[in-house]
Design a protein around this ligand. Structure first.
Ligand SMILES: [Zn+2]
Length: 174
């Protein structure tokens, strides 16, 4: 496993009771642990969900990322973090609605991958095939997106995420 900075590297006090933290190895990894109250912090990747929406001609719906985001100005599938307690498919549908203004029906996963484009914030991404609930709907950018568009998978615009590029390459090859 390559080294990645951990958000807990510089933690010194228990977030629950404020006692000094020690590092205790669990599964071979030192975890911030509190001798006073028993709190142990396990850091894990975030989980992202994306919708892969294709039109009748095989073009995919992509969104252009807004300023201030990773990859601002570049493009990606509608995607975002799964909220705590939220179903992963519901998250994919919510992001399509928020970023592209479309209601979708979520289908099968078409890609699962670890993302290391931000080494300090690794994530696991799940890309779902998705179809427009209303095929005649006109996508509109919202939330974290400044533009939306349909693109040939073989000729995408500049992409924010290498894993989106992997998937588009596979879609382009059929
Ligand atoms: Zn504590």
């Amino acid at each position: 496993m390559p080294f990645h900075a951990r958000p807990d590297d510089d933690w010194i006090a228990c977030p629950r009771c404020r006692a000094p933290l020690v590092r205790v190895a669990r599964s071979g990894i030192p975890r911030p642990s509190c001798p006073a109250c028993g709190f142990t912090f396990f850091v894990n990747p975030g989980v992202g969900a994306a919708s892969v929406i294709r039109d009748a001609g095989g073009c995919v719906l992509l969104v252009q990322r807004a300023p201030g985001q990773f990859g601002a100005g570049k493009w990606c599938f509608p995607c975002g973090f799964v909220e705590w307690g939220e179903d992963v498919r519901a998250a994919a549908a919510r992001e399509a609605r928020e970023e592209a203004g479309v209601d979708v029906v979520i289908g099968d996963p078409v890609q699962v991958a670890s993302n290391f484009h931000e080494p300090e914030k690794p994530t696991v991404g799940i890309w779902f095939a998705a179809t427009l609930a209303d095929p005649g709907v006109r996508p509109v950018p919202g939330d974290d997106a400044v533009a939306v568009g349909w693109f040939d998978p073989a000729a995408p615009p500049p992409l924010a995420f290498p894993t989106d590029a992997d998937l588009l390459g596979r879609l382009a090859r059929g």
